[in-house]
Design a protein around this ligand. Structure first.
Ligand code: PMP
Length: 288
């Protein structure tokens, strides 16, 4: 059976899963989205993803665009594709509107859900990456909050795409962007952590997408007694760190093997936090 996508309330074959050329998500990137992870058929930290999706829609002036039955659509997509271990992407666009930039207040959103198979997670699982990340710092600056609110996860990924283009042709897996003041912000699709004298550090909110994995890692650090702080840091602080790792929903915690050619890697703090994260996944999704 071909892959089933959920488009505007209907399950359709992948080949028929299309959106209108006048959809504002296509024309302007005028849309919100979430990437979630299903483990054992359950969507991990769904409420947090739903909250962020709703918040993004509110920022975009289309509060209420997220359908009430979104969770059912996600579950139906997983079931129709017989997927228990999966990547799940949910998009809500402002829909088809007349061809002018000013949005129409009357929103009929386009809602798309699709899922792809991933390896099992938790303590008995495997990461989706096969090696630590090779990271390069790039010249592209993270778009500041007063230009595009950083908490919003929109379809417009041109900032990250330009950052990734800078490392195209190299072995790098991720581009590290600084904010407009030159402090480390985040990767094109990941948040950054490093360990300095046993203290876990990560850039503070305000110049980063507040990742759901980042938040779960900060909570895990508190649970297992790893001291943590958020702040503003230079790229050199990260290069001098004993351990560096990246976080996002699909990578979970991914050690950084090299930053700008300097070997770094994981270590005991990263291992402890990875174990705590896997245990959380077990508790939330596999146990019981
Ligand atoms: N920053 C950016 C720019 C991202 O695209 C992502 C991936 N959504 C993240 C951070 C990590 O967020 P999360 O942990 O919620 O996947």
């Amino acid at each position: 059976m071909s892959r089933q996508y959920h488009v505007d309330g209907e399950l359709v074959d992948r080949a028929d899963a299309t959106v209108h050329v006048e959809d504002r998500g296509f024309r302007y990137g005028d849309a919100a989205f979430e990437t979630c992870r299903a483990y054992g058929g359950r969507v991990f930290l769904w409420e947090r993803h739903l909250d962020r999706l709703r918040a993004t829609c509110e920022t975009l002036g289309m509060a209420g665009a997220v359908p009430d039955d979104l969770r059912e659509r996600v579950d139906a997509t997983l079931e129709a594709n017989d997927l228990r271990e999966a990547y799940v992407r949910v998009s809500v666009t402002r829909g088809v509107q007349p061809g002018k930039l000013t949005p129409d207040g009357d929103v009929d959103p386009t809602v798309v859900v699709y899922a792809e198979s991933l390896p099992r997670g938790g303590t008995a699982g495997d990461p989706i990456w096969d090696a630590p990340a090779d990271v390069r710092s790039v010249g592209t600056r993270r778009i500041p909050d007063d230009a595009l609110p950083v908490d919003a996860k929109t379809h417009n990924y041109l900032n990250g795409i330009l950052a990734r283009l800078e490392v195209c042709g190299s072995d790098a897996d991720e581009s590290l962007m600084c904010d407009a003041d030159g402090y480390v912000a985040e990767g094109a699709t990941s948040n950054l952590f490093f360990v300095d004298a046993g203290v876990l550090k990560t850039p503070e909110r305000g110049t980063i997408l507040p990742g759901i994995t980042r938040e779960a890692v900060l909570e895990a650090a508190e649970r297992v007694g790893v001291p943590a702080e958020t702040g503003r840091y230079a790229v050199d602080d990260v290069r001098d760190a004993t351990e560096v790792f990246l976080t996002n929903t699909t990578w979970e915690l991914r050690p950084v093997g090299r930053l700008d050619g300097t070997a770094i890697g994981g270590g005991p703090v990263t291992d402890r936090l990875r174990a705590a994260y896997d245990e959380l996944v077990d508790r939330r999704c596999y146990d019981g």
